[in-house]
Ligand binder design. Structure first.
Ligand code: NAG
Ligand code: NAG
Ligand code: NAG
Ligand code: NAG
Ligand code: NAG
Ligand code: NAG
Length: 429
């Protein structure tokens, strides 16, 4: 029909639809049959136009059911932009995703294929009575989360002790929830509003506050946005926490036989990674002796520096200084290597023994001697002198040493030191 063609060209504004429906209505009223029908029953909506919620990409059908329509017409109009989608049985909009099915001059179902976010809004089913009748249903389009990069933090490098806030924002419908986790599934140390220290596996919220940040915070964090519409999305944020080296020498005193192999060890925590360096009696050591100088865990801030002496000779005895340096500072520790005289009898057993037979603790260290460490760690001297009652035989064979009581005390001091200082080390070493 020519008239309908005219609609399609000219009618894209809704103010026209009222007008046009009015004209059409007049036309029909002019016809004899139309008068009869329209005077008997006024059209009425059988059911409300439903509200529909649908994920993006789906197809949707929006029904409008009008009884006793007679010669009146039904139009579908998008409320927000006032675009006419259909009039009577004809699709007006040029949006190819929109189509219409009708039956019995009663059911007018609007189909929208491959729903887009722009389809969100009100859909008005209008009948050209006077006054006009209408019903509106709302289409809500759900979208999976997307991370808003501009409002989301990226990798950070911070000094130990500062406070930082990690932010992560995501769009999506419904509004996504944000969850923070560590990539390695470890715990996140937090300080609550009341100042209590806690650690959690995950944290909900756009902002993750890390107060008085420490090396324990170092690592990869994931901010995960989810709103029930797959797929969830995550963003990886690396936190590097910088601090000067802290150095720990487990065996300050090493005692070995001539000809033995000895490993001198120095544990270091540091970020950025530290350079290790050894001196003997204040003279730098040829680096080729540093056969092992390794990270304890890949990507961790823990390192182990080892000085390997393959065969001890007279020159080997003395004080070895291990030092670790990074851009923020340095730390040093001493290890003294003494000769252990050959025992005259085979009944002698070493007083104290490490895993490797070659390495002995020096028993002659007074309990109040501080551990030779230049780090931030201090510890109290231990006054409790306990004896484990060593045999006369052992005492006799320990020619160079003081008493076994002292040596045991040292072990005890060392043990306390280990327990109090290490904490973190203890799992690894
Ligand atoms: C659709 O939602 C609107 C509010 O957004 C409400 O007024 C109306 O009653 C709802 N319609 C149906 C059929 O539930
Ligand atoms: C964060 O650091 C990682 C590893 O260094 C890198 O691959 C990634 O691109 C960085 N991310 C940003 C946003 O700079
Ligand atoms: C970090 O936050 C804590 C607790 O809010 C506060 O006591 C401290 O002064 C802050 N530190 C810095 C460096 O801003
Ligand atoms: C967000 O989390 C709250 C509380 O856990 C939950 O009630 C709500 O349904 C979640 N919202 C979405 C979109 O998943
Ligand atoms: C270190 O030792 C290697 C082999 O033992 C030797 O070739 C090199 O010259 C030494 N370097 C220094 C600086 O002494
Ligand atoms: C290590 O010993 C040397 C002397 O041999 C001394 O000058 C230095 O201060 C000691 N270093 C530490 C960390 O105790």
């Amino acid at each position: 029909m020519n008239l309908q063609r005219t609609f399609q060209c000219a009618l894209l504004q809704s103010r026209w639809v009222f007008f046009l429906l009015q004209i059409i209505s007049l036309f029909r009223v002019g016809a004899p049959t139309a008068i009869k029908n329209s005077n008997n029953d006024r059209p009425f909506f059988v059911e409300p136009v439903p509200n529909i919620t649908v994920p993006v990409g789906r197809d949707v059908n929006i029904p409008c059911v009008v009884d006793s329509l007679g010669n009146y017409g039904v139009a579908w109009i998008k409320v927000e932009d006032k675009v006419i989608l259909s009039i009577y049985k004809n699709v007006i909009t040029r949006n190819y995703r929109v189509s219409l099915t009708h039956s019995d001059n009663k059911h007018f179902v609007l189909h929208i294929a491959n729903i887009q976010e722009s389809d969100r809004g009100g859909y008005m089913c209008q009948v050209n009575t006077t006054p006009m009748m209408s019903q509106t249903g709302y289409l809500d389009v759900q979208t999976p989360p997307t991370i808003v990069s501009l409002e989301t933090d990226s990798n950070k490098t911070v000094r130990e002790g500062v406070n930082i806030t990690l932010r992560c924002r995501a769009d999506g419908q419904p509004t996504p929830n944000i969850t923070w986790r560590r990539e390695d599934a470890g715990r996140i140390p937090l300080i609550t509003e009341t100042g209590k220290r806690i650690s959690v596996h995950s944290f909900e919220g756009e902002e993750l506050q890390l107060l008085r940040i420490s090396r324990l915070h170092m690592g990869a964090y994931l901010c995960i946005a989810s709103n029930g519409i797959p797929p969830s999305i995550s963003r990886r944020i690396l936190i590097d926490v910088e601090f000067p080296p802290v150095l720990w020498v487990p065996n300050q005193i090493v005692r070995a036989y001539l000809g033995e192999r000895v490993l001198l060890r120095c544990y270091v925590e540091s970020y950025p990674k530290a350079w290790g360096h050894w001196k003997k009696d204040a003279t730098p050591i040829n680096d080729s002796l540093l056969i092992l100088s390794s990270e304890v865990d890949r990507g961790s801030y823990k390192q182990l520096f080892v000085l390997h002496i393959s065969s001890i000779d007279e020159e080997s005895f003395g004080t070895y200084e291990c030092s670790a340096r990074n851009t923020l500072g340095w730390a040093k520790g001493n290890i003294t290597l003494y000769e252990r005289p050959r025992a005259p009898t085979t009944t002698a057993e070493p007083l104290l023994m490490e895993n490797q037979r070659q390495v002995y603790y020096e028993p002659n260290i007074p309990p109040s001697t501080p551990v030779q460490l230049t780090s931030t760690v201090t510890f109290a001297a231990v006054k409790d002198q306990r004896s484990l009652g060593h045999s006369e035989q052992t005492k006799r064979n320990n020619i160079n040493s003081g008493s076994s009581t002292k040596s045991v005390t040292f072990l005890f001091v060392y043990f306390l030191y280990y327990v109090s200082f290490t904490g973190k080390f203890s799992q690894d070493f």
